[in-house]
Design a protein around this ligand. Structure first.
Ligand code: SAH
Ligand code: SF4
Ligand code: F3S
Length: 458
């Protein structure tokens, strides 16, 4: 039986998809990229913005047509949308299975049942906001540590979950309602997993959590924070680079984490620290527990400890009640923050969140669009400036594979164009043998653009 797995959403979902594909292979399924060949279409979904959901709904419309000629095709929707919409999604003509993020250990069984009998099946967590039960945690832990998590797309890189869920309840955000409360995984389990990955040739591990910098775990009278976890992971032979995403602006453990970054050559000098807005009024309405000035001080602190740190941010424009003045405060913060890059989104009301229940989506679509364009322009200028500092420098990159324009050759040889990343997460393209994929290479930067560095192999 062939499964075509499609993934939307964040790294959490990519990791879940890697686990699911590994579990399905173990259960005797094979994976295919082709919808035509597939017996099962498995869609791992995201609910963070309406647009992400719409893409899935239109994909389901397409599958409904395919099923007219192929009635035995099984369509399973997993992930955050499955948890959010549950039965409503199951009512869709094309859908056979709806399975939430906490039910993925059941996926192979659910698919087998659906392939045998043409029944619809729902598997989601009913009271998702309640503390995750011990047995559910155990099931997820067993699933997570049984299956391989090496990223199939990028050789020698892997994601490892440090924590599940989120307790923050930023007023715009759906994540706590679809991923449930925060649960930190035991440090020894995480380290064991990293050791296993290293023995399989993994060189870079990215620790994942919605607020990964708040990781904490108490065991045998010892407290672990993310800094301890990074320190222990850096001790694993074979692991050369460590990253962690995403961080929440908070003082707790911040110095410790920055200290490990400064001290350990293995911990990449990269910090993803979303600000969301530069207006204190909007930050308060978002339930973000900081002010713009305090946030900028935190960046100063990071740069004081790790001088060449690259910082990335996230912003939401057009949050309810965002005036021109509030928006200018965001522009101002963006200019001062000196981000290497930012991810900028239009506010999208998410059903069930506090912002959606209590606040009107007042900012018109065209104003949101204009504000996005303004921020992107400011960011591009900053990114351009920062990347120019790399001109003429020699840097180490971890090679990810062929670039999207692999036919381009500027080196005068027969090598394809490759793409890699610096420890500061800059994308670097250069010509080199494809066999460098999954390995480190030394390159010299010959040209820069805001988001891409161009280089020659040394
Ligand atoms: N846990 C991470 C990221 C969560 S979602 C964090 O707290 O930083 C990734 C990004 O999507 C967020 O940083 C935010 O900028 C954006 N986002 C989340 N909910 C959104 C919404 N309702 N509308 C628009 N953007 C949203
Ligand atoms: Fe969402 Fe806020 Fe949690 Fe991030 S910290 S996942 S934005 S609720
Ligand atoms: Fe989307 Fe779920 Fe991630 S809502 S951003 S896939 S945690």
């Amino acid at each position: 039986m062939k499964v075509c797995l499609q993934t939307y959403g964040c790294q959490m979902n990519k990791l879940d998809s890697a686990l699911v594909s590994s579990a399905l292979t173990d259960a005797g399924f094979s994976l295919t990229q082709s919808v035509k060949e597939a017996d099962v279409i498995l869609i791992n979904t995201c609910s963070v913005r309406e647009h992400a959901e719409q893409r899935v709904i239109s994909q389901l419309g397409h599958l409904k047509h395919i099923k007219k000629n192929k009635p035995n095709l099984v369509v399973a929707v997993i992930g955050c949308m499955a948890q959010r919409l549950g039965n409503k999604l199951l009512e869709h003509e094309a859908v056979n299975i709806v399975c939430g993020p906490t039910q993925i250990p059941q996926i192979a069984d659910l698919l087998k049942q659906a392939l045998e009998k043409n029944e619809k099946r729902l598997a989601v967590t009913e009271k998702i906001l309640q503390k995750t039960s011990e047995s559910q945690n155990q099931t997820l832990e067993t699933f997570e540590s049984t299956y391989g998590v090496e990223d199939k797309q990028i050789p020698s890189q892997a994601f490892v979950r440090a924590m599940r869920g989120c307790n923050n309840f930023c007023t715009y955000c759906i994540v706590p309602y679809v991923r449930g409360p925060e649960v930190c995984r035991p440090p020894e389990v995480i380290i064991e997993q990293i050791k296993k990955l290293a023995s399989e040739g993994i060189k870079q591990v990215t620790l994942l959590g919605q607020t990964v910098n708040s990781y904490k775990y108490k065991k045998d009278g010892r407290s672990w924070c993310l800094a301890d976890l990074l320190d222990a992971a850096a001790g694993v032979e074979g692991i050369e680079w460590l990253r962690f995403v995403t961080s929440y602006p908070s003082e707790e453990f911040f110095d410790d984490i920055m200290q490990v970054m400064a001290a350990s050559p293995k911990v990449c000098n990269y910090l993803h620290l979303p600000a969301q807005s530069g207006s204190d009024k909007i930050l308060r309405a978002m339930n973000r527990h900081y002010t713009a000035a305090w946030y900028l001080e935190l960046l100063d602190k990071a740069r004081a400890i790790v001088p060449d740190i690259a910082i990335a941010g996230d912003f939401i424009v057009g949050f309810p009640g965002e005036t021109e003045e509030d928006f200018q405060a965001t522009v101002d913060l963006l200019k001062k923050a000196r981000y290497r890059n930012s991810f900028i989104f239009k506010y999208s009301p998410r059903p069930g969140t506090t912002a959606d229940k209590k606040l009107q989506d007042t900012v018109p679509a065209d104003i949101k669009q204009k504000r996005i364009a303004t921020l992107l322009e400011v960011q591009e200028e900053m990114s351009g400036q920062l990347s120019r500092d790399y001109l003429g420098k020699q840097v180490k990159v971890l090679v990810e594979g062929l670039s999207k324009k692999s036919h381009i050759n500027t080196a005068g040889d027969n090598n394809p164009q490759l793409v890699g990343r610096t420890d500061t997460d800059y994308i670097v393209v250069f010509n080199g043998p494809a066999s460098l994929t999954g390995h480190f290479a030394k390159v010299k930067i010959t040209k820069t653009s805001p988001l891409t560095l161009f280089a020659e192999l040394l």
